[in-house]
Design a protein around this ligand. Structure first.
Ligand SMILES: [Zn+2]
Length: 97
């Protein structure tokens, strides 16, 4: 899902508006989802840089369920090009005990 640039109801340009100035449709929920997805995408990049490939894949996947930001798609494509995700990437939570 690409970022919503125009109101799907009346086609007015939205920019960053949460409410369409022409028809009054409220997009605050979808805008919030876009922001959350972008935040998850940044977390996925950080995880990928730290070598936490499994976590990065899961985080990027969660982002795409919200809004599919390009950054999350790039993380997923990077992981795909690197090949299979290794289970050794996952930190074993039992190691903390
Ligand atoms: Zn509208």
């Amino acid at each position: 899902m690409a970022r919503m640039e125009r109101c799907p109801a009346c086609r007015a340009r939205l920019a960053d508006a949460e409410i369409c100035t022409r028809c009054g449709t409220d997009f605050s929920t979808s805008r919030r989802a876009e922001r959350q997805a972008q935040g998850l995408a940044h977390i996925a990049v950080r995880q990928l840089c730290l070598g936490q490939t499994m976590q990065a894949a899961a985080t990027a996947d969660a982002a795409t369920h919200l809004a599919s930001p390009l950054l999350a798609l790039a993380v997923m494509e990077t992981i795909r090009r690197r090949g299979a995700v290794h289970s050794t990437d996952v930190e074993d939570p039992r190691q903390e005990f």
